[in-house]
Design a protein around this ligand. Structure first.
Ligand SMILES: [Zn+2]
Length: 320
């Protein structure tokens, strides 16, 4: 065989191998993209209103759902209003999950006006006994209930069950998957509850002074704590001079060393109280929503609750 012929055969062989690899790569890429688009189509589209619901849904649905939180990062939940874009997103979803009509008063308009007749709307308070709201402002409506249900971990478990049930209704083939995840998540909530109970029982002080709105009524009731907040059920209401005087009296009378402040709100009231009473400030985060930074870090509801317990330990004078 001549050298020239050998060289030609080698070149042809190299070309064949190259074309083979290229064809394999293209086919593989196409197949992956087909698989992605198939799984994207199958994913349940879930719209949630508040961070706890968003996080519960994520833990139950995992990769079988595409979940979005209506509240943009850092936005105060009580004063949130839907944008036209939100209404479009809700109309394109399979499931909309909300807290209750006291937290999201716009829900009745959505229920009446939704054009997507296949949308499943889930009220996570349906099986939960709500407690009456505490108001500071005489103009606030009578008969309103406290919307912060997720701050009682038994309620949170019922919310998890309502969410899992909705996923199963819409995607029966993955029933076992959703059930298993819900059971696992409810165990995390039960562990949290156990930690709260055993810690708070060993605290010297049984009173939370809160330089924010009345968000922790459920938590205080569950663990037998007194709860005094500067504002009513929503952070929109300004505390009156009388409200602040009551707080200052309580702090001085009980020789309280720590005042708790709320997330995503102006620290003005907290700083004023701290200065007036020579107390230190500790965060007690009701987790309505999260900041952009927390979203990027992937903070979870249970993590926020663990941080709260660490601060309660300090503020309520935990004794071993
Ligand atoms: Zn609130």
């Amino acid at each position: 065989m001549s050298k020239k012929l050998t060289l030609t055969i080698v070149v042809i062989l190299i070309l064949c191998i190259g074309i083979g690899y290229w064809a394999f790569y293209i086919l593989k890429k196409q197949s992956t993209s087909n698989q992605n688009s198939i799984s994207d189509i199958k994913k349940l589209k879930v719209v949630t209103t508040l961070f706890p619901i968003y996080d519960f849904a994520k833990n139950i649905g995992k990769d079988k759902i595409e979940v979005m939180l209506l509240l943009p990062p850092g936005v105060e939940a009580h004063s949130f209003e839907l944008t036209p874009g939100d209404v479009i997103r809700i109309n394109q979803a399979d499931i909309l999950i909300y807290t209750n009509k006291f937290m999201e008063p716009w829900i009745s308009d959505i229920i009446k006006g939704v054009t997507n007749k296949n949308l499943l709307i889930v009220n996570t308070s349906e099986d939960i006994k709500l407690i009456p709201a505490v108001f500071h402002d005489a103009d606030e409506p009578a008969g309103s209930m406290d919307p912060h249900i997720w701050l009682d971990f038994d309620n949170a478990k019922m919310m998890v069950n309502s969410i899992a049930k909705a996923f199963i209704d819409k995607d029966t083939s993955n029933k076992a998957f959703y059930e298993k995840n819900a059971i696992h998540y409810n165990q995390l909530l039960a562990d949290l509850d156990k930690d709260y109970k055993s810690t708070i029982i060993s605290c010297k002080l049984k009173k939370i002074i809160y330089a924010g709105h009345y968000a922790f009524g459920y938590l205080a009731k569950r663990y037998g704590l007194d709860y005094i907040a500067a504002q009513g059920i929503s952070p929109d209401s300004e505390p009156t001079a009388r409200d602040l005087a009551v707080l200052i009296d309580q702090i001085n009378k009980d020789n309280i060393k720590y005042v708790f402040y709320e997330e995503l709100a102006s620290p003005r009231i907290a700083e004023m109280l701290s200065k007036e009473t020579n107390t230190d400030l500790l965060l007690l985060n009701a987790a309505h929503n999260i900041s952009k930074e927390q979203l990027e870090k992937g903070i979870s509801f249970t993590e926020i609750m663990k941080n709260n317990l660490n601060n309660l330990k300090i503020g309520l004078e935990y004794k071993q």
